[in-house]
Design a protein around this ligand. Structure first.
Ligand SMILES: [Ca+2]
Length: 180
């Protein structure tokens, strides 16, 4: 009987182990967070949407922080913003969250490249916070913190070059987690 209990305990460890190891404590699963999947119809990372009507951002195999692919944000205009927004993920209202992304700026004539953490109520964006970098050449991790408003129901991450920005940056391995 004791042996059977031990076998049962070992089996449950084996079965539960991989699932619990996939995401760290507090992590919120964001679809296609590593930009490995492409939408063949649009050329965008699957599930992500373009900020600009005249979009110049794309899925790319040109480089990657991990895996084989990432997202490229190309901004050739000093008056138009460019960016890619993640699928919406459900969040707990009133809770604190941290968003991170790896970015490698390869060209920068003006401005900088940013990571936004956005909170939504239905289809309305009700809060956003951002961090940006002008550092070019190396992969750099960006982190932005925000607390979900009491009436928020979802969050998105936005990788972005603002209106004044002219340059090109690669983003990879975005993540969202609830503060402990
Ligand atoms: Ca990747």
């Amino acid at each position: 009987m004791r042996d059977l209990l031990q076998i049962g305990w070992l089996l449950s460890c084996l079965l539960l182990g991989p699932a619990t190891a996939t995401l760290a404590d507090g992590a919120v699963a964001v679809p296609n967070a590593g930009f490995e999947d492409v939408d063949e119809k649009t050329g965008l990372p699957l599930g992500w949407t373009a900020w600009a009507a005249n979009n110049t951002c794309a899925f790319t195999l040109a480089m990657a922080h991990s895996g084989v692919a990432c997202a490229r944000v190309t901004d050739t205009s000093s008056t138009v913003s460019q960016g890619l927004r993640s699928p919406r993920v459900p969040i707990a209202p009133g809770s604190a969250y941290s968003a991170t992304a790896w970015v490698r700026v390869t060209e920068l004539q003006a401005g900088g490249f940013a990571l936004y953490l956005e909170f939504w109520r239905g289809d309305q964006r009700i809060q956003d916070t951002a961090v940006s970098t002008t550092r070019a050449g190396e992969w750099t991790q960006l982190r932005v913190d925000g607390t979900a408003p009491p009436d928020a129901d979802s969050a998105t991450l936005l990788v972005y070059g603002g209106s004044a920005t002219v340059g090109e940056a690669y983003f990879d391995d975005i993540a969202l987690s609830a503060a402990p």
